[in-house]
Design a protein. Structure first.
Ligand SMILES: [Cu+2]
Length: 568
C-alpha cells in the first residue's frame, strides 16, 4: 500500500514538474522580453527557473545570478538612451587639466532624426592600414583634419566638437535620463564597440563631405600586426596637421609599441616585443573572448551604475594603447591617455578604426572557428536598442541605435590590407611554476592588492551544456585618480618565473583615470575565460585552480574570486 502511495506521489510530482516546465516555457514565450531581457532562450530559462542547472549563468545582468558587480545599484532596465538636454559640466580629473574644458555638443534647433542606412549603391569605402596606405590616402586624411580644424568651434562637424563627442560620453557630462546622479559612460560596458563604430562612421562621412570625396575612408593604425606596431610616420611629422605634441616622445617611430604598456619601458628586442604583442592579441581576441560578454563587456541597462565590466580588448590593448600614445609627463597622460582629451589627437580615429576592425575580425572568428553554437551578438533588446546622438555630415542630429551598427557592409565600409597575424600565436606555457598549494596562506576578501595574492578557487561541477568556464574577479575597487593595472595568473604561484607574455598570465586589468567617480573609487568586475587556458595547462581535471593577482600600478581592492559557467 505504502509503495502504491509512493508511486502515485511520484507520478503526481512528475506531473507537477511537467506542468511547471510547460508553464515556464509558455511564460517565457509570452511574457514580453522587457520583463526579463536576459531570458532570451526558453531552454535556459527553464533551467534557471527550475534550478536544475545552478552553475549556469544565463545572463550576467540577472540579479538573482549576479556575478560580481558587487555593490553596484541595479538598474530599472531598458536601453541606455542619450538626451542632449541632460548634458552639463564634465567631471574634471583629480589632477586638473591645463585648461578648463566643456564638452556638450551644440543644441540642435530640430528634433533628432532616426538613422537610415546609406544607399546600398554608394561606393564601398575601404579603410586601409596607415603603414601601407598610399601617400595620397594619408594626404587626404591630413587635409580632412585640417579642414575640420578650420571650421568654427560652434559647428558640430568641427574637429573641436568631434573631439568633444568622446568627452561627453565618457567624462560625466551626459547623464542618464531620470537619474541625474548617474553618468552616461560607454566604457567598461557592452556599448564600447557599437558607440565607437557610430562615432567613426559620422567622423568619416564628415571628412568625406569636407574633402568633396564621397569615397574617402579612414586609415587605421594596425598596431596588432608586426608591420603596424609603430606610430605611423605621418603622425610624427611636426609640420603635419596629424602631429600632436602631447604624445610620449619616447614612443615616436621607429619604436616598437608594447601592447601591455603601463608606464615602464621594457628592454625587449624588437623581435621579442613583436612576439609578445602577438601573444597578447591571441589571448584577447581568441582564447579569452569566446562569448559576447567576454568580448564586448558587461550589460549596462538604464539606471545601472557606470562601468559594470570591460571586455578583453577594451582592457588591453585598447586602454594600454591610449596610455602608450599619450604624454606620460602630463599628469593625466593627455591627450590620448585620458577620456576627456583622447579625441583631440588625430591618431585617436585611426586607433579606434583598428578597434572597430578587430570587432569585425572577432565576429568572423566566432562564426567560423568556434562553430555556430555561439552567437556573435547579444540578443538582448536593451543592447540592440541602446542609442546615441551624433551630428552627420549635413550637421543634422541623428539618433543611432546599436542595432544600426552591427553590419559594416550595410554602413558601406570595409577593411583591407592586413590579416590576423595573431590568429595562431598561441603563447607558450612555463612548466613547474605552480609551487606547492600547501604553502598557501589564507586570504580573506575584500583584500587590498598591496602585494601579490594567491588564492585557491574551487571549480563547481560543470553543467551538462557548459559553454565557458569563467573566473570572475568581483568587487574590484580602484583609485579613480590613478591608472591601475594588475595581472591575473592561473596555476603560477611562482608567477615571476613565467615567460613574459606566457600562457599562465591569464588576464590583464587596466584602467585609465576615471574622473568624477563617487568618493574617488571606480567599481567594476573582470572576467577571465578558462576553457582553453586549463586545456593548455593540462589542468582540466583539477578540482581547483590557483589564482595569483599581481599588482602592477595603482591602488586596488578585490572583493572576491569565483568560477562560474556562462552560456550565451
Ligand atoms: Cu579609446
Amino acid at each position: 500500500m505504502k509503495k502504491v502511495v509512493a508511486r502515485s506521489d511520484c507520478a503526481l510530482h512528475s506531473l507537477r514538474i511537467l506542468a511547471f516546465c510547460a508553464l515556464a516555457a509558455a511564460l517565457t514565450a509570452i511574457v514580453p522580453r522587457a520583463t526579463n531581457p536576459c531570458a532570451y532562450s526558453i531552454s535556459r530559462s527553464i533551467l534557471a527557473v527550475t534550478g536544475l542547472d545552478p552553475f549556469l549563468i544565463t545572463c550576467s545582468s540577472d540579479a538573482s545570478l549576479s556575478d560580481g558587480a558587487g555593490d553596484k545599484k541595479a538598474g530599472s532596465g531598458g536601453p541606455i538612451v542619450t538626451d542632449l538636454h541632460l548634458c552639463g559640466d564634465p567631471d574634471p580629473p583629480d589632477h586638473p587639466p591645463p585648461a578648463p574644458f566643456h564638452c556638450c555638443p551644440p543644441m540642435s534647433s530640430s528634433e533628432p532624426v532616426n538613422f537610415t542606412f546609406p544607399d546600398p549603391a554608394e561606393p564601398l569605402r575601404t579603410r586601409r592600414p596607415a603603414h601601407e596606405a598610399s601617400a595620397d590616402h594619408m594626404a587626404k586624411y591630413k587635409r580632412a583634419v585640417a579642414l575640420m580644424k578650420a571650421l568654427p568651434r560652434s559647428d558640430p562637424r568641427s574637429f573641436y566638437q568631434q573631439a568633444n563627442v568622446h568627452c561627453a560620453y565618457c567624462s560625466g557630462a551626459l547623464r542618464q535620463p531620470g537619474r541625474p546622479e548617474l553618468p552616461l559612460q560607454i566604457h567598461f560596458t557592452w556599448l564600447f564597440f557599437p558607440f565607437h563604430r557610430a562615432y567613426l562612421y559620422f567622423f568619416e562621412r564628415i571628412a568625406a563631405k569636407l574633402l568633396g570625396d564621397p569615397g574617402f575612408a579612414l586609415p587605421f593604425w594596425s598596431w596588432d600586426v608586426p608591420e603596424g606596431m609603430r606610430i605611423p610616420d605621418e603622425f610624427a611629422d611636426r609640420a603635419s596637421p596629424l602631429y600632436n605634441a602631447r604624445r610620449n616622445p619616447r614612443h615616436l617611430p621607429p619604436k616598437v609599441l608594447d601592447l601591455e604598456f603601463m608606464e615602464v619601458e621594457n628592454n625587449y628586442t624588437d623581435e621579442q616585443q613583436i612576439q609578445r604583442n602577438l601573444w597578447v592579441m591571441h589571448k584577447q581576441m581568441v582564447t579569452n573572448a569566446r562569448l559576447p560578454s567576454l568580448f564586448y563587456g558587461q550589460p549596462y541597462h538604464a539606471g545601472d551604475s557606470a562601468m559594470p565590466g570591460a571586455g578583453t580588448v577594451e582592457l588591453c590593448p585598447h586602454n594600454t594603447m591610449h596610455l602608450w600614445a599619450g604624454d606620460i609627463s602630463n599628469p593625466n597622460v593627455e591627450d590620448m591617455g585620458v577620456y576627456y582629451s583622447a579625441g583631440r589627437d588625430p591618431i585617436f580615429y585611426p586607433h579606434h578604426a583598428n578597434i572597430d576592425r578587430l570587432w569585425d575580425a572577432w565576429r568572423h572568428i566566432i562564426r567560423t572557428t568556434h562553430g555556430n553554437q555561439t552567437q556573435a551578438d547579444f540578443t538582448d533588446p536593451d543592447w540592440l536598442d541602446a542609442s546615441f546622438l551624433f551630428y552627420d555630415e549635413e550637421a543634422r542630429l541623428v539618433r543611432v541605435t546599436v542595432r544600426d551598427m552591427l553590419d559594416a557592409d550595410k554602413l558601406r565600409y570595409t577593411y583591407g590590407g592586413v590579416g590576423m597575424a595573431w590568429l595562431n600565436a598561441r603563447p607558450p606555457t612555463s612548466p613547474g611554476v605552480n609551487g606547492k598549494r600547501s604553502r598557501l596562506k589564507s586570504v580573506s576578501f575584500p583584500v587590498s592588492l598591496d602585494e601579490a595574492v594567491t588564492v585557491e578557487v574551487s571549480r563547481p561541477a560543470p553543467p551538462r551544456n557548459r559553454q565557458e568556464e569563467v573566473l570572475v574577479v568581483e568587487g574590484i575597487e580602484v583609485d579613480s585618480a590613478d591608472f591601475v593595472k594588475f595581472e591575473v595568473y592561473v596555476n603560477a604561484m611562482e608567477y615571476h618565473k613565467v615567460q613574459p607574455g606566457g600562457r599562465e598570465l591569464a588576464g590583464t586589468f587596466v584602467t585609465l583615470k576615471q574622473p568624477g567617480e563617487e568618493a574617488g573609487t571606480m567599481r567594476t568586475t573582470m572576467r577571465v575565460a578558462l576553457n582553453q587556458l586549463l586545456e593548455d595547462l593540462g589542468a582540466e581535471g583539477d578540482h581547483s585552480v590557483t589564482v595569483t593577482l599581481v599588482p602592477v600600478r595603482g591602488k586596488v581592492r578585490i572583493g572576491g574570486l569565483r568560477i562560474v559557467y556562462v552560456a550565451e
